[in-house]
Structures are given as C-alpha cells and as structure tokens.
Design a protein around this ligand. Structure first.
Ligand code: XMP
Length: 525
C-alpha cells in the first residue's frame, strides 16, 4: 500500500465500523480486517497505525480471539480499544481479570493530559464504558493515563513503543472527546498527514469492482432511492454496459419519480449502463384491487415486486453478480467470517428471488453510513435532490392510501404530495436564505401527503361536493423509531390546503396529522 493506511483489526465488537468511520473522519484511509488475518499480510500492507477493536471474548479464556504478539513489535503504533486494550496487556505480560460488576454507560474519568492520546482533552471528562473484564495489572513498560472511580486503568500507554490502550469506547458519541482522542492517535501518534478524502472512496471502489467483475455481468435492482442509485453510479463507472439496472415502476411511486430515475440512468442519462424500466402499474393495481387490509397490501406489493424482478432477470439470462445497495446500518451482524454476509445481505434486500442465477453478491456501500453514501453520490455527480431525498418506503404510496388502492387515488396522492413538498421546500428555502443557510427548527425529516378513507360534504363554486379528505404528515425524528409532528407554520399549511383543493380534483378537505410515534407510526399503514 503506498497510501497512508490505518488498519482496524476486528475482534467482533459492535462498534467496529464506527471506529473505521472515525478514522475516515480524520481524512485517513482505513481498512478493517479480521483478527484472524495473517501477520505477514498485515506487515505487507505497511500500515501507519493499527487499532484493535472491542469484542465479546475474555482474552484469558481458551479459544478467545487473539492476535500475533508480533503485532506489537512492528514499530507501528497500536491502539487497543476495550477488548483490544485488554488483549494488548494480556499478550505483553499484564493481567486481565473479571471485575466484580460490569461497568456500563456514561462514566466520569480523569485523564492525564500530558499523554499524546489526551492532548486538548479536558482533564475531567466523560466516556462510554461497557466491560466486564479489566486490566488488573498493566504489562511491563505501561503506565495508566486515565482512571474512573471503578477502573484504575481506563487508559494506559507505553509511549516509547507507541502502544496505547483505552478501556472505554472513544468511537461512540457518548464519549464527547472520543473523536479527538482517535484524531490524536491517528494524526499525531501515527503521524498520518490526513490527505485522504471520502471522494477517494469512489475511485478506489470503482477500481476494485473492475477487478472483481472482470468480463462478468452484473444485475442491480434500482429503486431510485439514495443507496441503490449510488451503487448504480459506482458500478456503471466501473463496468459500464456489463451492468443492467432493473427499475420496477409499481405505480405507487411519487409524482414524476419514474421519469426522474429514467432521466438519470436511462439511455439519455449520464451513466453508461443497461437500464430496464418495467412499467408494472396495471399489474400491481390489478393485484391490489379491493384489498383494504394493510398487511395484506404490503405482502401483495412485496411479492409482486419479486415476481416482476424474477421475470426480468430471466429475460437477461445468467448473470455473474447480483449487486445491492446495502449500507452499514442494514448489516446486522459484524460479518467476521465473510461467508455469512451473503445470506444476510440477501435478506436485507427484502426478499429478492433465491434462484436468480448469480454466483456472487457485490455490495460496494456495505461499510458506509448514510451520510458517507451521500458524499459518494455527490462525487459521482448524482443530482442533489436525489441524494438528499427523504426516505420512501418500498411499498410506496400503497401504504399512504387508507383502504383499497386505485389508479385515481394514486393520482390524488401523487399530485397533492407534490404540492405539499413543493411548498414546504419553498418555505424552508426562504428561511435558509434569511438565516445564513440554517434550517428552520420545524424542518421535518419526513413529510408527505396521504389519503384517508373518508369522504365528506363540501361546497365549491355553489355546488355540493362529496369528496375525499387528504392528510398531511410531517415529522421530526432522529432515528425514525420515535417521532414528533413538526410545527410547520400555519401559513404554509394553509397555502398547501388551498392549492390542493384548487388543483387536485377529488379533494375537498385537508387534515394535518399531529400524531407522534408512538402511539402512531410515521406511515399511515
Ligand atoms: P413507520 O411507519 O414504521 O416508519 O413509523 C418508519 C420509517 O420506515 C419507513 N418505512 C419503510 N421503509 N419499507 C421501507 O423501505 C417499508 O415497508 C417501510 N415501512 C415504513 C418509513 O417511511 C419511515 O421512514
């Protein structure tokens, strides 16, 4: 490797990808390897630094995850985190033992600010602890450089040999100065210049895909969402026409969405790939006709999607690789062994057919977090509105229409939703212009129109109407597990109401949904 690289040696900890992400945030290239990786291979990579992650084992037990003791004699700085710190002390002649009680959660610590590791960190700070075992006696040559009430060795170092151990987790946000500590290690102790940028990821990934695919054929189910679009962008830059993207329009997309996806990825777009646009609207409407039960609707949409995808794959013939836009938060387990990853990611895609004739899976975004995926997308030249679009559920408008789905109801939701988003975006943009680019506090993380199953009496132009009631939903949420209705200015809601009633035939009443989650869900069904 000719570029500055930090290796993260994975002992199965739940935060290992987060460690890698923090290193990338220091503008340093980083790769994760299993603890089983041969020491010769590690040496050949010529890393500038090595980080050992946490893990579930106890290092003194038989069969515990270990690394070669030689790792600590390479002259390369090593930072052990949690299990990694214990293992380092254990291997180098210290003693690790089980504590009488588990130390878990936010913990006050005192750090030795003369240590390189804690440069610019306040002496008294907070960290995130999660451990049973502790370093009872440090290995010879080490000294403690941080402690908590229950943990005399919250961090230790052998500065001469550039070996460092941290018992807590600097990689999580609960350790407010954690990123600084990792920065100190990577940039100051390892001496990395920090010239690597997220943009370089795209270039490297494209090269790797080229090598892996050779002359093979790749199939990708493109939804038009951020992840699959960025995956399509990377793959097409790597292998061009060897890639086929299948885009299934189930008739439950947002207004103009199919056209937008086709404009980017279709034959007049910027990407050189085979794009198959399947118009399956009538098929889905047929299957959904008269079905009102939400779960049944979801199942029908999911199953029909698979059928359509299968049929298209068969037409394309044998493909060597199936590509997926799986991103790190989709990956449930740590994937130490590698083999199990295929089954898992296969699952993630929501049940693509088992029998599609492919040999391997390609997941170019597997190690990235959402905001990193967005950076790659911008780097590839994908439009901002696609990159920063809000989440959209797989079953689409099907779960935003209460009761049975018809083409006419889809039209109403599409048109009303378009107006709603347009007005919210306009108001937000005006606010940003007046406030140095800052988002308004009411800016929702997800906002959309839905159709209730209610009809009511109204009057329009002296005529009685008996039309539908539209629901506007807008929520503020961080993790989408809980949510609050956002306080969209009343004037904006009024404009939306008036435009919807005037411009969308079939609506004579507009409601704003105030429900938080729980008790509601974000979607209506
Ligand atoms: P709920 O309605 O469960 O939504 O509060 C939480 C988040 O998940 C999205 N969502 C889905 N996304 N397939 C998806 O890909 C689905 O079936 C699905 N259902 C809900 C929803 O839009 C929100 O962001």
């Amino acid at each position: 490797m000719d570029k500055e690289t930090v290796l993260v040696i994975d002992f199965g900890g739940q935060y290992n990808q987060l460690v890698a992400r923090r290193v990338r945030e220091c503008n340093v290239y980083c790769e994760i390897y299993s603890y089983k990786t041969d020491i010769e291979k590690i040496k050949a990579m010529n890393p500038k630094g090595i980080i050992l992650t946490g893990g579930p084992s106890s290092c003194y037990e038989e069969g515990a995850a270990k690394c070669s003791p030689e790792l600590f004699n390479l002259g390369v700085p090593v930072l052990g985190l949690c299990y990694g710190a214990q293992l380092m002390n254990h291997v180098l002649g210290g003693e690790v033992a089980r504590a009488s009680a588990r130390e878990y959660g936010k913990t006050d610590i005192k750090v030795d600010t003369s240590s390189e590791l804690f440069k610019d960190v306040p002496e008294k700070t907070v960290c995130w602890m999660s451990h049973f075992d502790y370093v009872k006696r440090m290995a010879p040559g080490f000294k403690s450089v941080a402690n908590s009430a229950n943990c005399p060795v919250a961090a230790c170092e052998n500065a001469e040999k550039k070996l460092y151990g941290i018992q807590f987790h600097p990689e999580v946000l609960h350790t407010p100065y954690g990123s600084k500590m990792l920065f100190n290690f990577v940039r100051n102790i390892c001496g990395c210049e920090g010239s690597w940028k997220m943009e370089a990821f795209a270039k490297e990934t494209i090269e790797n895909i080229k090598k892996k695919v050779g002359n093979g054929k790749v199939l990708l189910a493109l939804s038009g969402g951020v992840d699959s679009s960025v995956a399509a962008g990377l793959l097409s830059k790597a292998i061009g026409k060897q890639l086929t993207c299948v885009f299934v329009d189930h008739g439950l997309l947002r207004k103009n969405e199919a056209e937008e996806v086709e404009a980017i990825f279709g034959k007049n777009g910027d990407f050189d790939l085979n794009f198959v646009h399947v118009d399956a609207k009538e098929r889905f409407y047929g299957k959904l006709a008269g079905v009102t039960e939400p779960e049944r609707k979801r199942k029908i949409i999911g199953e029909e999607f698979i059928r359509v995808f299968e049929e298209e794959s068969k037409k394309i013939g044998a493909v060597d690789f199936l590509a997926q836009g799986t991103i790190y938060p989709d990956v449930v387990e740590s994937g130490l062994g590698g083999e199990s990853a295929v089954i898992k990611s296969h699952h993630n895609v929501g049940g693509l057919p088992d029998y599609v004739d492919f040999k391997e899976i390609i997941e170019p975004l597997r190690n990235l977090f959402k905001d990193e995926v967005r950076k790659v997308g911008l780097e590839l030249g994908l439009p901002r509105n696609l990159i920063f679009r809000q989440p959209f559920p797989g079953p689409g408008l099907g779960i935003r229409i209460i009761g049975d789905v018809t083409a006419d109801k889809v039209r109403i939701v599409q048109d009303a939703d378009y107006i709603y988003r347009e007005e919210v975006d306009k108001a937000a943009e005006e606010y940003r212009k007046a406030h140095n680019g800052e988002d308004p506090t009411w800016m929702p993380n997800q906002y959309f129109a839905a159709l209730s199953n209610m009809q009511s009496v109204g009057v329009m132009g002296d005529e009685r109407t008996y039309d539908r009631a539209l629901v506007l939903r807008a929520v503020k949420t961080i993790d989408f597990m809980t949510a609050e209705a956002s306080e969209i200015p009343f004037a904006v809601l009024q404009t939306v109401m008036s435009r919807v009633i005037n411009e969308v035939r079939g609506v004579n009443r507009v409601f704003y949904d105030l429900t938080s989650k729980p008790p509601g869900t974000i979607e209506m069904e």
